[in-house]
Write a protein that binds this ligand. Structure first.
Ligand code: ADP
Ligand code: MG
Length: 598
């Protein structure tokens, strides 16, 4: 197998992995899956698709591949997918230790640019994206007897694409093979019904009691609140490490640094003098990630600042306290910008529970939710699968590479929506008419951006309690509106930080500054009208028409900029703004003096 890993970086597999001590090995056998070992093996062997549901920490990821290897699948290859690189690496390393082998021996991992597996490897932990790419060369994944899709509840785009692929494989492959889906939540019924004949097996968790604390008031800054709470836990609470969920690298690094300075001045309770901060997020190099698993030095307490990768995929021993900021950075499309955007959004109730659960793995624990109980009640019950919220371009290309030409007919657990609109289109003729009328009410002659802004303005002008009703009346998706609102607030904060005046933002009496700003951002997507009514993209010469969903469809602007091109029967420009051609040369002279024919 290939290994494109740059030679300079030290590979984890180069280290000899010391086998665990006897006492630790015995502890493993206390994990809940060991009690269910026989049932799990029977379930997998007697069903082509078997869904295993068990709480985080019950031993699914590390133990079940091992059980299979030690049963009649000893000679076969077993593959176990993880939604993230970190998880593939950490779990393979752990299992290699448990089995007393080197990484790349019996147990290995493969993630993009780093493949430790060899011909000896029988248990292989990989990212789901990697398995998808392997399927390009081997569409039926013939080399594997057992394919385990772990963390199926996370519903990443790659997992969902993989599930569709496995279903196709189930139809086409004639030899004996088994698909195992593992999940930490009970959404499992959904996958079970997706695969004909699938059975579900439950592994009882062993969760200790976790006290959940809420803040009395909403917090202005979750970062300030997180730091204060961590320091308070350190100075007041009994021994035990702290796991704090933040949204990304910058925040995590900043808080680690603050703890280094402020933590040194905070005296710990119960003789734990020092507070040691460690970080874990996806972009951190593997060696540094491995640090979170090391116990804190004697006499100190560890605080782990993590993204949601520590929510389910990774087990960090020693944690008794969880600090939950209630937010996560999530990739989403549909933001009005036409591009994938990583935005900080509230977590779902299911995520909040997963986070809390991390405090009660080994002993009773406490969770500090940095939001009010009322705020918790307002959270969505579960997270929207990625496939329903992101730009599918990359996934579609990948499926095409797998020979699946008609993506619309491809079987997904949740069918992705046709291009989602900020307006709900409606199914019946009557609903469609109502939606068209609603759109007309907000229509701005400058185009879709200003129309969307007018919608947002009207939404914000409506009293908080009446916004739901307002959305229904105007055929507007309430969820999308809430997300727009959050992004709007985020952008306002950015503008304030840059000391730009906010009063004129969205002044529909004077839309020109906004139109000009759009020209600066979207100049690569500027197009001029031709005599036949179509448009020509100035830089590339590509011919496009205004998408029928645009408020400018049917009107005849001279010159436009647009967010994105969509290809259906013809090239369409979507999310369009009407502009003056003279602005192009005025605002982006270096580009347009070359391109505009005079
Ligand atoms: P699940 O997949 O059900 O969430 P895992 O198999 O990941 O459970 O983990 C089971 C248990 O194994 C954990 O609760 C922990 O005690 C132990 N464990 C897993 N990974 C590690 C690790 N890297 N270091 C120490 N203990 C670990
Ligand atoms: Mg797991």
């Amino acid at each position: 197998m290939s290994n494109n890993q740059p030679a300079k970086r030290r590979r984890l597999s180069d280290e000899s992995v010391p086998r665990l001590r006897e006492a630790e090995l015995r502890k493993i056998q206390d994990l809940p899956v060991w009690e269910a070992r026989k049932a799990v093996l029977e379930g997998i062997c007697s069903n082509q698709v078997y869904v295993i549901v068990g709480e985080t920490g019950s031993g699914k990821t590390t133990q079940i591949p091992k059980f299979l290897h030690q049963s009649r699948f000893g000679k076969s290859k077993i593959i176990c997918t993880q939604p993230r690189r970190v998880a593939a690496i950490a779990n393979a390393t752990r299992v290699a230790k448990e089995m007393g082998c080197k990484l790349g021996g019996l147990v290995g991992y493969a993630v993009r640019f780093d493949d430790t597996s060899t011909h000896e490897t029988k248990i292989r932990y990989v990212t789901d994206g990697l398995l998808l790419r392997e399927a390009v060369a081997d569409p039926l994944l013939q080399q594997y007897k057992v394919i385990i899709v772990d963390e199926a509840h996370e519903r990443t785009l790659d997992t969902d694409a993989l599930l569709g692929l496995l279903k196709r494989m189930q139809r086409l492959r004639k030899d004996e093979f088994h698909i195992v889906l593992m999940s930490a939540t009970l959404d499992a019924g959904k996958y079970a019904s997706f695969f004909p004949g699938a059975e579900i097996g439950l592994v009882q968790g062993r969760q200790h009691k976790v006290d959940v604390m809420y803040t009395k008031q909403a917090q202005e800054s979750y970062l300030d609140a997180a730091l204060t709470t961590v320091l308070q836990i350190h100075s007041k609470e009994a021994a035990g490490d702290i796991l704090a969920f933040l949204t990304g690298q910058e925040e995590i690094d900043a808080l680690c640094n603050l703890v280094k300075t402020r933590g040194a001045q905070t005296k710990g309770a119960h003789g734990q003098e020092k507070l040691q901060a460690v970080a874990i997020y996806a972009a951190l190099p593997a060696e540094q990630q491995a640090q979170v698993f090391h116990p804190a030095p004697p006499g100190s307490r560890k605080v782990i600042f993590a993204t949601n990768i520590a929510e389910t995929a990774l087990t960090i021993p020693g944690v008794r306290y969880v600090v939950d900021t209630g937010v996560v950075k999530q990739r989403s499309y549909q933001t009005g910008a036409g591009v994938d955007l990583l935005a900080v959004v509230p977590i779902s109730k299911a995520q909040a529970r997963q986070r809390s659960g991390r405090a009660g793995r080994e002993a009773p624990g406490k969770t500090f939710r940095l939001y009010t109980e009322a705020e918790f009640e307002k959270l969505e019950s579960s997270t929207t699968p990625e496939i329903l919220r992101v730009n599918l371009a990359a996934a579609v290309l990948q499926l095409k590479a797998l020979g699946i030409s008609d993506i619309r007919a491809f079987d997904f657990v949740d069918q992705p929506p046709l291009p989602a609109l900020v307006f709900v289109n409606g199914r019946t003729e009557q609903q469609k008419q109502a939606a068209t009328q609603a759109k007309q009410r907000f229509r701005r002659p400058q185009g879709d951006h200003l129309t969307a802004l007018a919608v947002l303005r009207a939404f914000l002008a409506t009293g908080k309690g009446k916004r739901g009703e307002w959305c229904v009346q105007n055929c507007i998706s309430g969820r999308a509106m809430q997300r727009c609102h959050r992004i709007f607030q985020q952008l306002c904060t950015l503008l304030q930080a840059m000391k730009l005046p906010l009063e004129r933002l969205g002044d529909t009496q004077d839309p020109e500054p906004l139109q000009r700003a759009l020209v600066c951002g979207l100049f690569l997507h500027a197009a001029c009208r031709q005599s036949d009514g179509t448009f020509k993209v100035i830089g590339t010469g590509q011919e496009v028409s205004i998408h029928p969903s645009s408020v400018l469809s049917g009107s005849k602007p001279e010159c436009i900029v647009f967010n994105e091109l969509v290809f259906t029967r013809r090239n369409y420009a979507r999310t369009v703004c009407n502009i003056q051609m003279s602005w192009l040369i005025e605002l982006v002279p270096t580009y347009f003096t070359k391109h505009i024919p005079r």
